[in-house]
Design a protein around this ligand. Structure first.
Ligand code: PHE
Length: 345
C-alpha cells in the first residue's frame, strides 16, 4: 500500500508538472483529490487495515494529499500568472502606429469676412453693436428719415409681420437705436447682422443676407473722415494698391450720399471680367448722416455731424474668393465650404 501511495504521488506530481492550462490542472485535481479519486479511495479503504497500521497509513495518505495539494496550488498560481502575462502581451498598444487624422472644421467664408471687417474697425476704435432682426417699422424706416408712404421705402422690399413690425431690411435700425440710447454722446460703432428683403433668389440676390454698417457721430466729423476711413478699409480688405472713388448716390438717411468703388484688384484698372471692363468695382454705400436723423435721435445737428456706411459681406466674399453664386453661402454644401482652409484665417 505504501508503494501504491508513492506511485500515486509521483503520477499526480508528474501530471501537475505537465498540465499546460488551468483547465487541465483542474482535471488533475478532480482526478486525484476528488471524491471518486484514488486518494479518497485509499482513505476509505483504511477501515480494512489492521488497527495498529491505521495511524501510520493515515498520516502517510495525508502527507501525500498535502504534497499534491501544495504542488497543485503552486502550479495554479504559475498558470494564472502566465495567463495574465499573455493577455497583457496581446493587449499592448503599438504607440509607433501613425494616428488617424481628426478632421478639423473651418470657419464659414462669410464668418471670416465679417470677422476680418470687424477686426479692421475694432482696430480703428469702433465698437460692435447688435440689434433685433424682428424690428419696428419706426427704427427700420421712420427714424431713418423714411416716413410711412415715402417712395424710397420701395428700394427695400420688406417682409412685414404686422403693420408696424417687420424683418429688418438693413442694419441701419441698430444705428437709430444706438443714437436714441446714447442721448447726445459721441458714437463710433459697426453693426453686423442678418437682414431680409423680399427678393427672388438668384445668383446675386438672396431674401436673407448679411450687412455691416458703420456709424460715427461727433463734433466736427467730416466727409474727409469718411473718405479716409473707407480708403484705409479698401486697402486692408483688397490690397495696398487699391484706390477708391466716390460716386454721388441717394439714401434717405444720408446727405450727401455716395457709392464707393475700388480699383479692380484683378486687373488693376485696365478692365477685366471681374470689374466688367470698367476698372472699378462697387463695394458699399455711404454718406453724411442726414440732419433729420440726428435730430430725431436727439442730437443737435448744428453741433453734431456724422458719417455712415453700409456693405454686404456676401458681395465682398464673392469678390475676394471668386464665388459666382450667392446661394452657395446658404446651402451648406461641404464641397463648397471645405475649400475655405482654416490655415488662412
Ligand atoms: N442701409 C443702406 C442699405 O441697406 C446702406 C447704407 C448704410 C447707406 C449707411 C448709407 C449709409 O442699402
Amino acid at each position: 500500500m505504501e508503494q501504491q501511495l508513492e506511485q500515486l504521488k509521483q503520477e499526480a506530481l508528474q501530471k501537475i508538472e505537465t498540465a499546460a492550462s488551468v483547465k487541465e490542472l483542474n482535471d488533475v485535481r478532480v482526478a486525484y483529490l476528488g471524491k471518486k479519486g484514488p486518494i479518497t479511495d485509499l482513505l476509505k479503504g483504511m477501515g480494512k487495515l489492521p488497527a495498529e497500521e491505521r495511524p501510520k497509513m493515515g498520516a502517510l495518505v495525508n502527507v501525500v494529499r498535502e504534497t499534491v495539494t501544495t504542488s497543485l496550488e503552486e502550479k495554479m498560481e504559475l498558470l494564472e500568472q502566465q495567463a495574465v502575462n499573455e493577455k497583457l502581451e496581446k493587449e499592448t498598444i503599438d504607440i509607433s502606429l501613425p494616428g488617424r487624422p481628426v478632421k478639423l472644421g473651418n470657419h464659414h467664408p462669410l464668418t471670416r469676412v465679417v470677422e476680418e471687417i470687424e477686426d479692421f474697425f475694432i482696430s480703428m476704435g469702433y465698437e460692435v453693436a447688435e440689434g433685433p432682426e424682428v424690428e419696428q417699422d419706426y427704427y427700420n424706416f421712420e427714424a431713418l428719415n423714411l416716413p410711412k408712404g415715402h417712395p424710397a421705402r420701395d428700394m427695400q422690399d420688406s417682409f412685414y409681420i404686422t403693420e408696424d413690425v417687420l424683418l429688418r431690411t438693413h442694419t441701419s435700425p441698430v444705428q437709430a437705436r444706438t443714437m436714441a440710447a446714447k442721448k447726445g454722446e459721441p458714437i463710433k460703432i459697426i453693426c453686423p447682422g442678418k437682414v431680409y428683403r423680399r427678393d427672388s433668389d438668384d445668383a446675386t440676390h438672396s431674401h436673407q443676407f448679411t450687412q455691416i454698417e458703420g456709424l460715427v457721430v461727433g463734433e466736427d466729423i467730416r466727409m474727409s473722415d469718411l473718405k479716409g476711413t473707407l480708403a484705409l478699409f479698401a486697402k486692408k480688405m483688397f490690397g495696398e494698391e487699391r484706390e477708391i472713388r466716390l460716386r454721388p448716390s441717394f439714401f434717405p438717411f444720408t446727405e450727401p450720399s455716395v457709392e464707393m468703388d475700388i480699383s479692380c484688384f484683378k486687373c488693376g484698372g485696365s478692365g477685366c471680367n471681374v470689374c466688367k471692363k470698367t476698372g472699378w468695382i462697387e463695394i458699399l454705400g455711404a454718406g453724411m448722416v442726414h440732419p433729420n436723423v440726428l435730430e430725431m435721435a436727439g442730437y443737435d445737428p448744428s453741433i453734431f455731424t456724422g458719417f455712415a456706411f453700409g456693405m454686404g459681406p456676401e458681395r465682398i466674399a464673392m469678390l475676394k474668393y471668386g464665388v459666382e453664386d450667392i446661394r452657395h453661402f446658404f446651402t451648406n454644401d461641404m464641397r463648397f465650404l471645405s475649400q475655405f482652409n482654416r490655415t488662412e484665417v
